[in-house]
Write a protein that binds this ligand. Sequence first.
Ligand code: C5P
Length: 250
Amino acid sequence: MEKARQKLIVALDFPSLEPAFELAQSLAHLVCMFKINIYLFTAAGPAAVEKLRQLGSEIFLDLKFHDIPNTVSGAVSSAFSLPGVRLLNIHALGGLDMMRAAANVRDTSKLPGPQRPKVLGVTILTSMDNAALKNVGIAGPPAKRVVSLAKLAKKAGLDGVVASPEEARAIRRACGKDFLIVVPGVRPSVEGGSGRASKRLKDDQARYATPAKAIRDGADFLVVGRPITAAPDPVAAAQAILDEIASALP
Ligand code: C5P
């Protein structure tokens, strides 16, 4: 089960620190990282990172920076000074120079190598399908765009990408075994074990898959939010997802 635990990141998408911390306390023994996104960070700020770090868990700081290179490198430097941040991300659509600026912050950091956060590129949001991409003037299909953005992130020197589980296999093939692949859009199997992801629980995710499929397709980390945080029994829901992950590990 420890191997499965090292794959699971729980997204603490809460409006304030108190409920996030309360849930995190009950889940800390089941997950390797907690993810803080713009929802909680805008409400609670760096204190959220400091408080969650007290549980001994590491943090995925999911603030998806997207700005000019100079501004992004400043924001990444600030993120590097927070305790326990293991992963942080920027939008790959910000371009090669912006991603290179972020990678440069990592490379020139005074932190010892193993303590340096890994910098990930967000490819195409897992809530976007073909039609949504077309609306913003980006030619689909999403899988094609995701793989080319992943290659660009690799060229810029990033450590990996955030992508949908649907694209994990193609990214692994294109970017090699050491490139980190972090996947949100994970939905547990439907009851009865058909192996299909639950549509009832899909929420606003358009490109999603089960934990077992995501692992088999080469994902390094799975980000799960509402299937755990909104479950009647979050500990049992996390445990069931760990079981699905474990069933797919070699
Ligand atoms: O509740 P759910 O499991 O859908 O939560 C997914 C989490 O992953 C949210 O915190 C969301 O911000 C994040 N995320 C995502 N798609 C991306 C990147 C991050 O859904 N491409």
